[in-house]
Design a binder for this molecule. Structure first.
Ligand code: PLP
Ligand code: COI
Length: 342
């Protein structure tokens, strides 16, 4: 039971906390081996590992929630399994089979059951599957050995503000991914590419950055580690772009929005449209729904203000509450998104 651990569940940051076990599996000679559990936080990796030098690695992020009934609910794990397969295809790694992904994720949760935060704490168990080209070499080529790891960590909100409007810096002079590059898969290089822009934004007091499309610099792409959405005239609008990560949270919010009677549009979002939104926000597994109170354009210094009283908008609040209630079992799982971890 989570209550027996001496953790301040209500004030957890989004960071790594050591748990008891993680799950691993190697792919050698093109074959996956057996899943193993370990208490070690270390990986024994060759210094010439292809993952370290040529960035052959991908990861996922999903969450499990404890309900009022004390059951643990895992959100849309099949979607993460699929996306990890598409990341693997994108950088020539072997796919982790769906069943193996499931078994590893469920084992990681079950073996660390006491780290699943209690119902009502606002925290959840973040699950981080990782796939790396562990094999070594010096020439550029795919690795000949792969390691799949699943670890977990109890987490609180990604942005320290929690469900409070954050400030975002819109950048013109940095890209996280190229139009035909790897922006649509979840590989570490995309995040490395965004670090300088993020550091600059944080130094100026912003929670993160908003990237524009890297080809024309005319359209909103995404928000640091989350997708972007805007709301106006009873419509939920979110960018369509080849270089953004297809967010599972965003897909879910689109369905929730429809069920709440909103129109949903997934299309290019021109920069000028920022002016007309009533509410805007960032969404993702870690970010959940993070309302954006203000966007500052780093080139023109133009400011777009969405919240003047420090409160999130009505529609974002409704979407947020509905998503959370489905995830922790307070609302019926009418979309079939939740799997109970027995
Ligand atoms: N965009 C980026 C760049 C991300 O890292 C994430 C997080 O996974 C998302 C969007 C949101 O995706 P999801 O909702 O599947 O977590
Ligand atoms: C997630 O939302 O799961 C992410 O992967 C974001 C992250 C890079 C912290």
């Amino acid at each position: 039971m989570s209550e027996s651990l001496n953790l301040d569940w209500g004030n957890l940051p989004f960071s790594y906390i050591k748990t008891d076990y993680n799950i691993r599996c190697y792919n050698r000679n093109g074959e996956w081996g057996q899943l193993e559990s370990t208490s070690s936080e270390r990986i024994d990796l060759h210094m010439a590992s292809i993952s370290l030098h040529y960035g052959q690695q991908a990861f996922e992020g999903l969450k499990a929630f404890r309900g009022k009934d004390n059951k643990i609910r895992l959100f849309r794990w099949e979607e993460n399994a699929k996306r990890m397969q598409s990341s693997a295809d994108g950088i020539l790694m072997p796919q982790v089979p769906t069943e193996m992904f499931k078994e590893a994720v469920f084992k990681a949760i079950e073996m660390n059951e006491k780290f699943v935060p209690p119902y009502g704490s606002g925290a959840s168990l973040y699950i981080r599957p990782l796939l790396i080209g562990s094999g070594f070499g010096v020439g550029v080529r795919p690795a000949d050995e792969y390691l799949f790891v699943v670890f977990v960590s109890p987490v609180g909100p990604y942005f320290k503000e929690g469900f409070k409007p954050v400030k975002m810096l819109l950048v013109h002079n940095y890209d996280r991914a190229a139009p035909l590059g790897t922006g649509n898969i979840k590989v570490g290089g995309n995040y490395a590419a965004g670090l300088v822009a993020m550091k600059m934004a944080k130094e100026k007091g912003f929670a993160n950055v908003i990237f524009l499309d890297s080809k024309e610099k005319k359209y909103i792409d995404e928000c640091g580690p989350a997708n972007f959405f805007g709301i106006k005239e009873n419509t939920y609008i979110t960018p369509k772009s080849p270089s953004i990560l297809p967010s599972i949270t965003n897909k879910s919010i689109e369905q929730i929005a429809k069920s709440l009677g909103l129109n949903v549009e997934r299309r290019k979002v021109p920069l000028e449209e920022l002016e007309s939104f009533e509410e805007v926000g960032a969404c993702g597994t870690a970010a959940v729904i993070s309302p954006i109170g203000k966007i500052v354009d780093n080139l023109t210094q133009k400011e777009y203000v969405y919240s003047t009283d420090g409160n999130p908008g009505k529609t974002s609040t409704k979407l947020y509450e509905t998503l959370l209630a489905i995830q922790n079992g307070d609302l019926p799982d009418e979309f079939g998104w939740v799997t109970i971890v027995e």
